[in-house]
Ligand binder design. Structure first.
Ligand SMILES: Cc1cc2nc3c(=O)[nH]c(=O)nc-3n(C[C@H](O)[C@H](O)[C@H](O)COP(=O)(O)OP(=O)(O)OC[C@H]3O[C@@H](n4cnc5c(N)ncnc54)[C@H](O)[C@@H]3O)c2cc1C
Length: 94
């Protein structure tokens, strides 16, 4: 498993802070990754290759679960930022 890296939180999906989602999403990344790794390591198979394979599978599953969530969050962020820009534009003349 040497050389495998996992990006979590803002390193994987930094959003504009107007959505106030970043910390929750970063913590959710940790919880999901922890759960998947726990599941992969509690199997009774113990040889090193199968452990490496199960961890690799857990990381693949992590990406397949989190990427769509982050895409949805990014879309929400984009919508909210447009709304905020509109509000700022209309408030500015006051
Ligand atoms: C102005 C502002 C307001 C925000 N408001 C909200 C809010 O209301 N609600 C919300 O949920 N989120 C908010 N966010 C977003 C939230 O802060 C981030 O999404 C969250 O902190 C991401 O956590 P993280 O652990 O991924 O990254 P970070 O909190 O950035 O942690 C990364 C850590 O790694 C350290 N680091 C960096 N490089 C290295 C290195 N080479 N070696 C060792 N350490 C390193 C950094 O010093 C830092 O401590 C806001 C962000 C900003 C900027």
């Amino acid at each position: 498993m040497l050389g495998v890296q996992v990006l979590l939180g803002d390193a994987a999906h930094s959003l504009l802070n107007v959505t106030h989602l970043g910390t929750g999403l970063a913590l959710e990344d940790c919880l999901v990754l922890d759960q998947l790794l726990q599941q992969s390591l509690t199997s009774t198979e113990s040889d090193e290759n199968s452990v490496a394979k199960r961890v690799a599978d857990a990381l693949t599953l992590f990406s397949s679960q989190r990427v769509p969530e982050m895409a949805a969050a990014a879309n929400l962020c984009f919508d909210v930022s447009k709304t905020n820009m509109y509000v700022h534009t209309t408030i500015a003349p006051l």
